[in-house]
Each structure stands twice: as structure tokens, then as C-alpha cells.
Design a protein around this ligand. Sequence first.
Ligand SMILES: Cc1ncc(COP(=O)(O)O)c(C=O)c1O
Length: 440
Amino acid sequence: MGKTDGPTINAETCTKLLSTNGKSLPTPTASIPQHLIKWQPYKSSKFAVNTVNPIRIFVDALNIQPNPTLKPIKLNLGDPTLLGNLPPPTAAIEAIQETLASHKFDGYGPSIGFLAPRQAVAEKFNHPDAPVTADDVVLTSGCSHALQIAIEAIADEGDNILVPCPGFPLYKTLMCPLGIEDRSYNLILNGKEQLDFAQLEAQIDKKTKAIIINNPSNPAGIVLSEKTLQRILEIANKHKVIIIADEIYGDLVFNGAIFHNIATLTPKVPVIACDGIAKRYMVPGWRLGWLIIHDRYGVLADVRKGILALTTKIVGPCAIMQGALPKILKDTRESYFEEARSIIEKNAQLFYKALSEIPGLTPVKSQGAMYMMIKIDKNMYGDDIEFLKKMISEQSVYCLPGGAFGSPYWFRVVLTYTEELSIEAINRISTFCKTMRNKS
Ligand SMILES: Cc1ncc(COP(=O)(O)O)c(C=O)c1O
């Protein structure tokens, strides 16, 4: 599978999709007649026009009436808080309460973040093969912000950065308005190898500034093996291209998979690791993340300065969240993560078994993050958007089309729902596919 088997998502195609669905920010209608206002409508900046998140567009494209007799099941939203079955750890709630009451974090802090929470991150991620101190840590407003800073600190207009396909569309969203090209390398979802190394290497040229890896992967749910990571590092080392590692789903692995933090596998290749509390502590709305600069040989000294400069734009993330971070990282019990992993693993097994039995659907065995990708036989069911639109109107089940991640003819389900709702969703998907096959 790759980039070539479907339409490219860019500002133009997204705007088209938007206009066909009539969805955009509501515009207030003035009651005063236009000729009396004497103001010309303002144009938004090119930067804003070129800032497009395909996920939003595809969610809007699927904004059609569900079956009124069936309660909607929203397997499209990667927000683990929606059903209340994955609450935040008790330590996290207490940490916020204590920080608020202390009044120690009501003011501005350093733009890279307060020292104590940076130290806590450094302690958690310090490893003999990838030593980290607080000086290597920058706190950010979520992992998205860490990615933004990393990209902006290393690339200019005309440069390019390699991104996985299928992959998290935010990478493109962050690069496109800056004139940085996102070049896809292909993950192989049901193959012997996990990615096409030759194709990845062929994308690299003099303008390539980084390879972004996302491990475990959204949307694929795959966990890159040590061997795969080593081969990526060999290529990165050969071409002297750094790694940006999006490890937001870090330890969220199951079904026997092992997570390898890529920085621990390489003394040579500089790595900027981007992470946060959103998915492992199930608090995406708390908006706290960090980046860690792994740079054993001082290659990124100049980039460090750039990163610091970029943090001054917002003077650090929410201070209360920063104050709470050390306790969240230190006091969350291992049993909390085990429970979360077991819920996701159970759902992964249920979906995989049931969907494998449906003719024309081929699920990928998910081993990490909180998602599963399913391939649709286009001869049986048509394209992903049409398939999902019909599934909403007939069965009120929402999923995200693979097109949103660069892979048309696939769709993604989330695995964080209760077992009961997951089973209900599976049954409805199965009924829907049967009806579709009977019609054709
Ligand atoms: C792969 C990946 N990276 C980054 C993020 C963003 O994380 P945050 O909510 O901390 O900004 C997400 C959120 O869904 C994600 O799936």
C-alpha cells in the first residue's frame, strides 16, 4: 500500500471537501445592510489557508444523518475519555488538586518549563543507553506542540521531512503552511517487513531534514520492532538525517509486543523525542507534553537554541499542569497502565477475530496505541468514504476513513470502548457488510 493509490490530501482537495459539505466556522450574519457597513471582508492569511487538518475535513465529510433507531457508536474519535471507562489515574487528580491549592504555579515560569517537572521527565526517560537530564527536556502544550517546535526548529521552506504512510495527518498540517514538504514512506501493514526501507531511503535528498517515526503507530496500531528501528537508524546515520520520534503511545503495547524507545538504540543519530500525558494517562484535554533532545555529540547545539527561541512564543504550557506533572509521573501505579492495556488488548482481539471473518474486510493485527486499521475490498464495498457514509446512515457506526491518513480503501476503528459497545459495533459492522454484499 502507498501514497499512490488514492487522492492526495492538500489544501485544495480539503477546501473542496469542505465546500461540498457546507461545513466551516459559522459566519455571523449582520443585520445591517452591506452598503452601510463600509468595511471590506478581511481575507485570512495564506498561512491560515494552508493550515489544513485532514481529520477534521473527513469528520465533516461524514457528517450525515445516522439511523434514528440506533444509538450512534463513535469509533472515529481517538479520545479515550468519551465513555468514562478509562478514567485518569487517581494520582493525576490528586496532583492537580494539590498544585492548585499550593498557589506555587499561578504565575509565569520559564518558557521551556519549570525545572521540577523537567527533572521528573528526565528521571522517567533516563536510560543507560540514552542518558537524559532536565537540560534536554522542554515542556510543551501537548505532543502536538512538541512536534510543531521540533519541525519548526530544524526545517525551512523548501526542505522536506519523511513521514509514515498511513500516518498521523498532523505532521502534514504542521509542515504545509511553512512550505516544508512531507514525503511519505510506506508502512507495510500485513507483510513480513514492517516498512519499505528501499522506498524510504529513496525519498532522502539534500533537503531532507528528518525522518518522523510514530511508534506505536496511529492509525496502524503496529509496534516497530527493534530490527526495523535499527534499519531506520542505519539509513538515518548513512544520510546524516535526524529522527523525530513521536512516542505519544509509548508503553501502550499489547498482544506480546515490546516497545523500544528509539533513542536507546542509537548513540549516533540525534533524536528529538516528542511525547506527553494525553494517551497513557488518558487526559488528552490537559494539554501537556514534552520533547527530549538526545544529542550525544552536540550536533544539535544550534537547533537547541532554535527550540528555546520557539518556546518563547507561548511562555511554556499551563503552569498548573506543569506543577502536577512530577506526581503524575511518579505516583501513577503500574496497575493503572495494565488495566488500560488489557481493555485495549481485549477490544483488539475481539475486532480482529470478528472482522477477519467478514468477506472483503482485512484487519491488521493491532499491537499498540489504541487503533486498528481494516482494509476494504473496493470491488465488494466501494471506496472508504462511501462505505463509511452508508454505514452511518444504516447502522449509526462512525469510523475514520483511511484517506484521512493517506490510505484510501481502509478505515480505522478505536479500541478504547467498553467490551459491550465494541461487540455491539462489531455486530452492526457485520450486518452492514452482509446487506452491502446482498445488494451487489
Ligand atoms: C500519533 C499522535 N501524535 C501526537 C498526538 C497529539 O498528542 P497531544 O494530544 O498530546 O497533542 C496524537 C493524538 O491523537 C497522536 O495520535
